[in-house]
Design a protein around this ligand. Sequence first.
Ligand SMILES: O=C(O)COP(=O)(O)O
Ligand SMILES: [Mg+2]
Length: 229
Amino acid sequence: MIKLVLTDLDGTLTEDRGIYKVSLDAIKYLRLLEERGIKVALVSGNSYPVLRGLHNYLGFSGGVVAENGCVVFYKQKIRVCKPMDRQILEEFREKFKLKDSWQNDYRECDFGFTPPDITEEMIKWAEEKGLYINSSGYALHIAFKPAGKMVGVRKLIELHGVKKEEVIGIGDSLTDLDMFKEVGIKVAVGNAEEELKKEADIILNLKSGEGVKELVTMILEGKLNGRNR
Ligand SMILES: O=C(O)COP(=O)(O)O
Ligand SMILES: [Mg+2]
């Protein structure tokens, strides 16, 4: 039986990839899950204050995994990664001529930059420094290892006291590959990156928020190959 649905935010709960407008249908449908006792949690590269605010105002109760796994909230807030070093941020910003995400003022461990494109040179630089580096398609992210959505999802699942098989994860980008490592049912929206689709158990027909609606309908109708029974 499904007890917890983990959803990414950007590109998944939005109307499309690359835009910030949240899909009202996606929210409406996720609330139907909450009404049936299936908790919904936000798992994202966004900062904790943004996600905690959305979680409360959108009517979810499953908690939050913020900063690509580094900050977790479910009844209590827990930081699971090492805090970032200001000098590393400065070096990254200057070396690759990047712009800070406005949310960097509110971040502890994982920091975001634009443009979102990762280069080989960045990967090499991050490896030498023992840093996690990834892109959501919206922003480039760096944090001290171990980081990535799996470290936060592992903690959130532990706080809920549920089994991996009782958890569904839905996403759109490469940062969600890490979330997939810790959930029982892996779902990619129809417009997800190809590499994520390759790892998914279910590839939805519809894009982003419409895909979320499609998944909720499948859950409510018991159509996940019997896996949600
Ligand atoms: O880059 C971000 O912070 C947003 O990423 P998300 O797709 O994990 O919500
Ligand atoms: Mg995303």
